[in-house]
Design a protein around this ligand. Structure first.
Ligand code: SF4
Length: 547
């Protein structure tokens, strides 16, 4: 399809990534030449090369990515970043230490929220309270394994990891024997909704895009929500289950082509997914006439280039077409006009990982879990400040307090909770008094929060509330894609105000209102809710900042 439109798609982003690796100068000096190789004008190279963080930052022989997202911030109040800058003699995101050939890039996040602060030194993780010593070479780098556990007694999404289920069994039983309608109907009965944050009913999305041979299904592994590492866990430890879910989704939609987008901050997940695709081809799960049927299916794994907003489905598609990963107005929805204008389904990795279980056990079995309005299970990720951090599968509707105390064991080292971030930067914050809320989208919305990707990041009471507010605005200013002015301008003004430390006036309140109502995508529209919920969760300690 890309060839039909004469556009290079991800091949341009891959070539730009190679350019960034090869040059110590900024993209202005090399991106036009890369675009020229594809017969494109300079702007076609400079656009994405100055947009994606991985391409815009100079790369030395040694390139270190430092996580500054919420869980790593909460672990040590963000002190690890200046310490690493001192050790490496390089300023993050600005230039490189020419003599040592070292460059430094800030990222949000690396998916080690259970053990931070975290860095990636090349592809080597350095994680834990002694991260600075690891980067300095004084102690061995280490990446603790992800603690994963089922709290339901019969895991759905963690089935392969916790219970050792065999992936691809449902695919083999389904292809050529069951109809696509049957798969769609079981998923409709299950009530499964997208687990990436938007919560759209999966069967309705499939129905909207199905029926065209050009339909594409994309597994969205661009898990940008700081605080969640569920998708990394699934892609690294059970990539075959993710692929099996993608294959079943393609089957249900009549699609012959699937894509897996893995964020560049997850190099191990990227290589695990690529190996799993190779194995699936060798075992006959993919290819032409799969398992003797008339089903043809090819899957390709693509790497992201560093952008939070590029996980939003229209932005993700823009990136796959070789452009800046900016969101666009809808309609048209991707299900009718998506990648290269073809009908396109974008499903989150965790969503797809639930599909094999649903097809094998039946939609009714899934719908009996959770609440009547929000069925099934959800992976929740607990951050490093908990006594028992890790990724747990729970039924929707369990009280957040039960997750915090029974699964997480409360906070570690006798620390006391300041606020609990639920659902990432677009979610919201709960106070200790607010923890009795059930874990559902509807109940959390009633508390000014959101389920999001269900990362639970504890901020203990050592952190100053104004520092936390600055952290939220700094994330917004760094990750706004800039496509619309309410969010582009508002996120920077919000950061300036928070950094000034001066309590805001009416202009700030008006700015939050405009952002919330006029921003183009959920990023800008949700941020004012997140900021207000933080202020309310801190009560008297931030009252003057209530907008
Ligand atoms: Fe980009 Fe923010 Fe506008 Fe979304 S709301 S399109 S992230 S500038």
């Amino acid at each position: 399809m890309a060839e039909r439109r004469g556009r290079p798609g991800v091949h341009l982003i891959e070539a730009l990534s190679e350019g960034a690796e090869e040059h110590v100068e900024g993209p202005e000096s090399w991106a036009p030449e890369v675009a020229g190789r594809f017969g494109l004008p300079a702007a076609a190279g400079l656009g994405p090369a100055t947009f994606y963080a991985d391409l815009a930052v100079p790369h030395g022989r040694r390139h270190v990515r430092v996580c500054v997202a919420t869980a790593c911030f909460a672990a040590q109040g963000g002190r690890h970043l200046p310490a690493i800058q001192d050790v490496l003699g390089a300023t993050a995101d600005e230039g490189l230490n020419q003599e040592a050939g070292v460059s430094l890039q800030t990222v949000r996040c690396l998916g080690y929220c259970y053990a931070g602060p975290a860095c990636l030194d090349g592809e080597m993780p350095c994680v834990g309270p002694d991260v600075v010593d690891q980067v300095a070479g004084r102690v061995r780098p280490q990446a603790p394994p992800i603690p994963a556990s089922d709290a339901t007694g019969d895991p759905v999404v963690l089935a392969g990891i916790v219970a050792g289920d065999t992936a691809w069994r449902t695919w083999v039983e389904t292809v050529g024997r069951r109809s696509p309608e049957l798969v769609r109907s079981e998923v409709a009965v299950s009530g499964l909704r997208g687990r990436g944050g938007a919560g759209f009913p999966v069967a309705a999305k499939w129905a909207a895009a199905g029926g065209s041979p050009d339909t594409v299904v994309i597994a969205n592994g661009d898990e940008g929500d700081p605080g969640s590492y569920a998708d990394r866990l699934l892609m690294e430890l059970d990539p075959a289950r993710v692929l099996e879910g993608l294959a079943l989704a393609c089957f249900a939609c009549g699609a012959r082509r699937g894509l897996v987008l893995v964020r560049s901050e997850y190099p191990r997940a990227l290589s695990a997914m690529r190996q799993a695709v190779e194995r699936a081809r060798a075992d006959g799960h993919l290819g032409r006439g799969v398992h003797g049927s008339d089903v043809d299916l090819e899957v390709e794994v693509v790497a992201g280039a560093g952008s939070y907003v590029a996980g939003e489905e229209t932005a993700l598609i823009a990136g796959l077409e070789g452009g800046r990963g900016c969101a666009r107005a809808r309609p048209p929805y991707p299900t009718s006009q998506g990648l290269w204008d073809a009908p396109t389904v974008v499903n989150n990795v965790e969503t797809l990982a639930a599909v094999p279980w649903i097809v094998r056990r039946g939609g009714d079995a899934y719908a009996r879990r959770g609440t009547p309005g929000e069925t099934g299970t959800k992976l929740v990720c607990l951050s490093e400040r908990f006594a028992r951090p890790g990724c747990y599968e729970v039924e929707l509707g369990v009280p957040v307090r039960w997750i915090v105390t029974e699964l997480g064991g409360g906070l570690r080292e006798g620390a006391r909770l300041g606020v609990l971030q639920v659902g990432g930067p677009l979610g919201g914050f709960l106070s200790e008094q607010g923890l009795d809320v059930p874990l559902t989208e509807e109940a959390l919305a009633g508390h000014g929060a959101a389920l999001g990707h269900a990362g639970l990041v504890a901020v203990d009471d050592r952190q100053e509330p104004l520092d936390v507010l600055q952290h939220v605005w700094a994330f917004a200013a760094a990750e706004s894609c800039g496509a619309c002015s309410p969010c582009r301008v508002g996120s920077r003004r919000g950061l300036e105000q928070a950094r000034s430390g001066v309590p805001p006036g009416d202009a700030y309140t008006r700015m939050l209102k405009v952002m919330g109502e006029a921003s183009l995508c959920a990023f800008g529209r949700r941020l004012p809710h997140a900021v207000r919920s933080l202020v309310r969760a801190y009560g008297n300690r931030l009252r003057e900042w209530d907008g």
